[in-house]
Design a protein around this ligand. Structure first.
Ligand code: FES
Length: 163
């Protein structure tokens, strides 16, 4: 944690209105997520309970509480994709990316990031492309008709290499 940098960020937001959101926004922009130690420091420094800061950080979807990767892979777990094999796609991606197998949340409540922070794997429900099930999205690009065998080639175009 860089206290000097955080102090500078905090001092930029002296007015109460929007103060916390401004500070959190700067931390998110600089670090791509909100490190716990930074939130604790901000809480003490400006005298706002950490619970209040966490409730704001979890309310707004653009804040991340965990480090995220350079590329975001989102597997659809909607009904059509589930029936057409989304669980197998998730499992294959966990293996290829080397993240903890069986730990990707099917309800999209938490995601997994590779150690090198190149990829974050998460899930969401229905991208509106059910006819191409099972579907996944990487950085906004949709890939349909997926099979575990097709995944390495897709990942390679985002810099993935087999380890
Ligand atoms: S259920 Fe996956 S795109 Fe609709």
């Amino acid at each position: 944690m860089d206290k000097k940098w955080l102090d500078q960020v905090i001092s930029k937001y002296s007015s109460p209105s929007g103060r916390i959101l401004g500070i959190l926004g700067e931390i998110q922009k600089a670090k791509k997520y909100l490190p716990k130690e930074d939130l604790v420091y901000v809480s003490k420094k400006i005298g706002i309970p950490i619970s209040q800061i966490y409730s704001l950080a979890t309310f707004y979807s653009f804040f991340e509480l965990q480090p995220i990767g350079e590329h975001i892979i989102t597997v659809c777990t909607g009904t059509a994709c589930h029936v057409k094999g989304a669980p197998k796609i998730i499992s294959a991606l966990e293996t290829l990316l080397g993240v903890e197998e069986g730990k990707t949340s099917p309800d999209g409540k938490f995601s997994l990031t590779t150690e090198d922070r190149c990829f974050t794997l998460n899930t969401a429900r229905c991208f509106g492309a059910c006819s191409m099930a099972p579907v996944l999205r990487i950085d906004g690009n949709i890939y349909g008709y997926n099979t575990p065998a097709k995944l390495p080639n897709i990942l390679k175009s985002y810099g993935w290499r087999k380890k």
